[in-house]
Design a protein around this ligand. Structure first.
Ligand SMILES: [Fe+2]
Length: 391
């Protein structure tokens, strides 16, 4: 592995730019009426993406439909996770004739990422999946003048999508992950209502919280980390670590849910400006090849990557303090404990990995903008070693 010169000089990155234009309301979802009234586009038609299932009958669903009573609303059920370019095309065709002026997305990361993507490509002429693939790859949506504002209402605490300007769209036919990514695509407003997360099942509570923990930690050591983002990172880590087990055992405790929701929000605010690094980069092929849940795929390498990065991390003592530990190996133990508490294994063999798959994962682990954002430049040998160490 090569040390990165820019960030290896600890303390040199004491300045930095921070930008996030999302209006944040930590409130109940009925504030949406006020938010819509302040939109310049004065929307009449609203596209509402939600997670499907019993959403329409739930308190949240009923409340939201009531608050949107004065608008023409087209609900769109998103009953998939980890949206693929084919899914995005399918949804795009379903709503093409509905001339919406705003999108409201209420759900987990997949719902929010699709909301953001549909906002980006609104009104573009896209007649096939391959055209859509080109629109995403060539970032043609950046020049789209017809994009519409969107409002994000997360119902999981982890994705951070409500405060970031990119969305993950998978391209399974080509075995890669793509991004819809532009500063236009920040949500107009994020409504963070912790009450929406009390019905989350245990494994989803855990995996999304672990995703947020990785966002915060990777943001802390990212090449683009700065004075402001690091404060959000540390606050996020403290809240998530302190309340992780408690919220698994007391899922209906609204104060615990609020702590995790704030942890996720702060993590989002941190990595909205820094992006993620090696752990997320390695997680994408772990998900593609082994079907691992995103938050587990990201957290399974967190301590190992931290060990490699450790000497390049600015104020690394503060990072350990936030986790409440004194070494990277204690973080490995902590993450393994969190996995165990939530019913996940910390070993790749339990997800069907073998030597050949480790090779494949390694070859796909170098995502542009993520792996090269790690403070230490990892080699293929480093990645193989990391993966073998958690086999
Ligand atoms: Fe993530």
């Amino acid at each position: 592995m090569k040390q990165n010169k820019e960030t290896n000089k600890k303390g040199t990155n004491i300045m930095g730019n921070y930008f996030n234009p999302v209006k944040i309301k930590i409130d109940t979802i009925d504030v949406i009426e006020d938010i819509l009234s302040t939109l310049h586009s004065q929307p009449r038609k609203i596209l509402l993406l939600h997670r499907g299932g019993d959403f329409s009958e739930s308190d949240a669903g009923q409340g939201l439909f009531k608050s949107l009573g004065d608008f023409e609303v087209k609900p769109l059920e998103v009953n998939i996770s980890n949206p693929d370019v084919e899914d995005l095309f399918h949804f795009y065709k379903q709503i093409e004739s509905f001339d919406y002026q705003c999108i409201v997305g209420i759900g987990g990361g997949s719902v929010l990422d699709l909301s953001k993507s549909l906002a980006a490509i609104k009104g573009m002429e896209i007649d096939s999946i391959s055209t859509l693939r080109s629109v995403i790859k060539q970032k043609l949506y950046i020049k789209n003048k017809k994009f519409v504002p969107w409002i994000g209402i997360p119902t999981t605490s982890g994705t951070g999508s409500e405060v970031t300007c990119w969305a993950t769209i998978w391209d399974r036919a080509n075995g890669v992950k793509m991004s819809v990514d532009s500063e236009h695509l920040y949500a107009h407003t994020a409504i963070v209502d912790p009450a929406l997360t009390t019905s989350l099942p245990k494994r989803l509570t855990a995996s999304t919280a672990l995703d947020a923990l990785c966002h915060a930690t990777e943001a802390y050591w990212s090449k683009s980390s700065n004075e402001i983002s690091r404060i959000y990172s540390l606050e996020a880590i403290k809240r998530i670590v302190k309340n992780f087990e408690k919220v698994l055992n007391q899922p209906n405790d609204i104060l615990l849910r609020k702590e995790i929701a704030l942890g996720s929000l702060y993590a989002g605010l941190a990595f909205s400006n820094t992006r993620t690094t090696a752990c997320h980069s390695i997680s994408y092929p772990l998900t593609l090849e082994l079907g691992m849940v995103h938050g587990i795929a990201a957290s399974i390498t967190l301590a190992k990557v931290m060990e490699i990065n450790f000497d390049s991390i600015i104020e690394n003592d503060k990072l350990l303090d936030a986790f409440g530990v004194s070494s990277c190996s204690e973080i490995q133990e902590l993450i393994e404990h969190f996995h165990e508490q939530s019913g996940f294994s910390s070993k790749l063999r339990d997800y069907g990995a073998n030597e050949e798959i480790i090779e494949t994962i390694t070859s796909k682990a170098f995502t542009k903008g993520r792996m090269d954002n790690n403070p230490v430049a990892l080699t293929k040998e480093d990645v193989v070693q990391i993966l073998r160490s958690i086999y």
